[in-house]
Design a binder for this molecule. Structure first.
Ligand code: ZN
Length: 214
């Protein structure tokens, strides 16, 4: 169906609506790099871009227009940025055989949207960095929009128990959880917790296209 969508929505910059690519040079220069942060339970958490301004608009446009081709092109940029800005981390992932694992969407929502952005990103980045990709988690129920809940406790309560490990036999000890956006980190933390019940010795990273610092 993606060809139809590309035809309905001709390629133009998602930041400003001009040009003939998903991100023009002008808008790309306005996007700020987010960086690495620490979070308990994780070896590290990397968001490539700051979730504000142009990036916020781009992610909303992708969701609204169902642009899987655009997310693929952003995944390429992510892979490139990881190699340039985090060469030691990338080497560490490669040497230790970390596996990229997308944060799953609830099936109904994925069918409606046609794709899961986290998965698209994970596939492209895995390819770009020469890492393995595996769908280890699934989402049991539809979650509410966590971005709308500002209370931390409430957010954690809302996300608790939504994930399940798909295949407990095929264990992975080193994973990089991938999502499109990391805001509070509640989703990432819950996904890591769920996975650690099966792999208690496991080591996990978090990676996203965009993120905020808290
Ligand atoms: Zn632009």
């Amino acid at each position: 169906m993606s060809w139809l969508i590309d035809w309905l929505y001709p390629k133009k910059c998602l930041g400003c609506g001009r040009g003939d690519d998903y991100l023009c040079n002008f808008c790309e220069r306005k996007i700020k790099i987010a960086g690495l942060r620490q979070k308990s339970g994780f070896e590290g958490l990397i968001s490539i871009y700051k979730y504000d301004g142009v990036m916020k608009k781009i992610i909303e446009e992708i969701k609204y227009q169902h642009l899987s081709a655009a997310i693929e092109s952003l995944g390429q940029k992510m892979g490139q940025s990881l190699k340039i800005n985090y060469p030691e981390t990338v080497k560490h992932w490669q040497k230790e055989h970390f596996v990229l694992v997308p944060i799953p969407l609830y099936k109904g929502r994925e069918n409606w949207r046609g794709f899961n952005q986290a998965r698209e990103i994970a596939v492209v980045v895995a390819q770009k960095l020469g890492l393995e990709y595996a769908e280890i988690l699934e989402r049991k129920k539809k979650g509410v929009n966590l971005a709308k809940i500002h209370n931390h406790q409430q957010r954690m309560a809302e996300i608790k128990g939504v994930f399940r490990v798909k295949n407990e036999i095929e264990r992975r000890e080193k994973i990089i959880l991938v999502d499109d956006v990391i805001t509070s980190g509640a989703t990432m933390t819950e996904a890591l917790k769920t996975w650690k019940k099966v792999s208690p010795q496991g080591r996990g990273w978090g990676l996203s296209l965009a993120g905020v610092r808290r």
